[in-house]
Write a protein that binds this ligand. Structure first.
Ligand SMILES: [Zn+2]
Length: 345
């Protein structure tokens, strides 16, 4: 009876710990465990992860020495006289401290890790610990908290970040101009040249996506409206006020600063099939369907999807693409979220 219960206890222990990325395959003499297994980190902030190393007796059947409070044999301790070597895969993640406390039964280390302010949501990294013949890994995921990136007037404080969240409640600063605007290399539609600009990374990605549409499917896509300066937004808004009056203008057009186009990371696209216009019908064309299914490969999302109007504050716009980089776009696409929902889930 006693043997069975002990075996069951040990099995349960090993099942639990083997799911925690601890690996110590041959000549098992210790186990390494990170807790938690996955950590979400906010750029600019620190987080603490615990690494526990436990000696295991390998003389006969595995025995967990730390839980049984038995002393490990001297042979077990030999290869573990040095503390675990802890490394991190992403240069934007820095270990501030990792002070191991060694006891007779194992080691416990509280690891303080700092995520650089420059890291964008959706990027990731791993911490690896090597100790004797054991190693363990834990995953780190970066996710910004939009509430930390807005001032009391509703103006975002991270306008140049690739993952900046702009909507009707979160305006861009009036004086912001993207630092690396370039004229897009893809075919354009409008002669007002400001709209034919994007930030460098978004422009490169758009170029790649249009080339893929052409070579994979023979589709012709065109860029219609990209960067929109604050000045242009004011001009458009005033035009609507003169035409329709203040109240109606507020309903049909965006308040200056609230257009995502001001980031230089959004582009409205079209095709000959819908006569180069921005229309919901684009979403039903072969070209629009291909864009919806493939944009994430190039780091873009359909920013205002159908059925999510209450969340985004905008009608369905199959033509409006927002560049977020491939990691973040992929996650938002596969989880079928809007950019707003991503931060809440
Ligand atoms: Zn748009």
């Amino acid at each position: 009876m006693k043997i069975i219960s002990k075996t069951l206890r040990l099995s349960a222990f090993f099942i639990l710990f083997s799911t925690l990325f601890s690996s110590c395959a041959d000549g098992r003499t210790a186990m390494l465990v990170f807790n938690p297994q996955e950590t979400e980190l906010e750029p600019g902030l620190t987080s603490e992860i615990t690494l526990t190393a436990i000696f295991v007796d390998t003389d006969s059947e595995p025995k967990i020495l730390s839980t049984d409070i038995q002393k490990p044999g001297k042979a077990h301790l030999k290869q573990f006289t040095d503390p675990p070597v802890i490394t991190v895969s992403n240069p934007g993640l820095k270990i501030l401290s990792a002070e191991p406390v060694v006891s007779g039964t194992g080691i416990k280390a509280g690891i303080i890790i700092l995520a650089s302010k420059e890291l964008i949501s959706g990027s990731s990294g791993t911490i690896t610990a090597n100790w004797g013949n054991c190693s363990a890994e834990t995953a780190l995921k970066i996710k910004k908290n939009p509430l930390s990136c807005i001032d009391s007037d509703g103006v975002v404080t991270d306008p140049a970040a690739y993952d900046v969240l702009v909507n009707k409640q979160r305006r861009m600063p009036a004086d912001y101009v993207p630092p690396d605007l370039v004229r897009v290399e893809v075919p354009t539609i409008l002669s007002f040249d400001e709209v034919n600009h994007l930030r460098q990374a978004a422009s490169d990605a758009l170029n790649e996506m249009f080339a893929a549409a052409r070579t994979e499917k023979g589709y012709e896509l065109l860029a219609r409206s990209g960067y929109r300066s604050y000045k242009t937004q004011v001009m458009l808004y005033d035009l609507n006020v003169r035409e329709y009056g203040e109240e109606q203008a507020a309903r049909i057009s965006a308040q200056p600063g609230t257009s995502e186009h001001m980031t230089g990371l959004a582009m409205d696209i079209s095709s000959p099939e819908v006569n180069y216009q921005l229309t919901k019908a684009f979403g039903e064309t072969e070209q629009g369907l291909w864009v919806a299914a493939n944009a994430h490969r190039f780091g873009f999302i359909i920013r205002y999807p159908e059925g999510k109007e209450d969340i985004t504050g905008y009608d369905y716009e199959p033509w409006h693409l927002r560049w977020l980089g491939p990691e973040l776009a992929e996650e938002i696409y596969t989880r079928n979220l809007t950019f707003e929902e991503y931060f809440l889930n």
